[in-house]
Design a protein around this ligand. Structure first.
Ligand code: ZN
Length: 75
């Protein structure tokens, strides 16, 4: 018998629940530079495809405000 070993083929940083800051935004296009000095990183521009995305640098979660229908959402 051979013990199963997990090989992390894609070491994507997983946001730890409870530690990730969730930010509600009104636009699908946003930029993040870490905000705070301790977590600062080069400013990156993120685009929300569906309804949320997260910053690959600081793992902050950006959630699109469902009430912000800037593209004429026929609600
Ligand atoms: Zn960030």
């Amino acid at each position: 018998m051979q013990a199963l070993t997990k090989n992390p083929t894609n070491p994507t940083p997983h946001p730890v629940l409870g530690l990730v800051e969730t930010i509600v935004v009104d636009s699908r296009v946003l930029s993040c530079d870490g905000g705070l000095g301790a977590l600062g990183h080069p400013r990156v521009f993120l685009r929300i495809r569906d309804h949320q995305t997260f910053c690959p640098y600081c793992s902050r979660l950006f959630v699109l405000n469902p009430e912000a229908s800037s593209h004429g959402d026929a609600h």
